[in-house]
Design a protein. Structure first.
Length: 95
């Protein structure tokens, strides 16, 4: 049996047994639609701000001793990865 034949067979058998697609209640549909709208609006807002944020990030001065600070952090907390250590250091700088 080919894949298309299998799909047709399964769909036919489901139909014979009264199985149909489920459409949720109105409140579930509305909640989901609101989440989709929010996701779309969030993406649009982030896309609009991305260039400005990139420029701001490039203007922030990095500490000259960043590599040394990463090494010191790793010596104190060896379970961290270097990027986790960097993130912690930058969190301190950015407040």
């Amino acid at each position: 049996m080919t894949s298309p034949q299998l799909v047709e067979f399964v769909e036919r058998k489901l139909g014979e047994h009264g199985v149909a697609k489920v459409v949720p209640e109105d409140e579930v549909i509305e909640g989901h639609a609101r989440r989709l709208i929010e996701r779309t609006l969030t993406k649009k807002a982030i896309d609009e701000m991305a260039t400005a944020i990139e420029k701001m990030a490039m203007e922030i001065a990095l500490p000259g001793d960043l590599a040394d600070r990463i090494k010191q952090t790793l010596a104190e907390r060896s379970a961290l990865s270097w990027d986790q250590a960097t993130s912690g250091i930058l969190d301190e700088i950015l407040g």
